[in-house]
Write a protein of this length. Sequence first.
Length: 155
Amino acid sequence: MPNANSPVPTSAGSHPAFAGVADKTQAFVSRAQFLIDRLDGWAHGSRTRSLLCKALVTIVGPLVVLTGIAMTVLPGPGLVVVALGLALLATEYTWARRALGLMGRALTWARDAALPKDRSRFRRAIGLAGAGLFFVLTFALTTAITTYLGAHAIL
């Protein structure tokens, strides 16, 4: 996982519209890390709170992950909810931290494959068209499944 104290990389020739975005992002990451540390300190302040928080995370975390998995074929932000469930589990379990990091690396790889930064305009256009086609087909499949299930639920 990235360290909250490490600087956010910036490029020297970035667009003026994005000036200061790295500073704002770094401030947000630092503030989020502070809140997470504070919450962790509170949760592990006593044995009772620690056990209660671990039990709550152990029950709610998998439910959020399963809800996200269901949302991959039902309407809703499936991958975002899966990531939130893993982030919740990562507050207590090391395996969830590793899974969340793996998910982040896989999504970064997919983004870089679909939208390469240092490639030709044609390759970027193909990547963008492929990503767009993927989202359109996913939406169409989700709509078809939802319509099919809805039609059978009425009958």
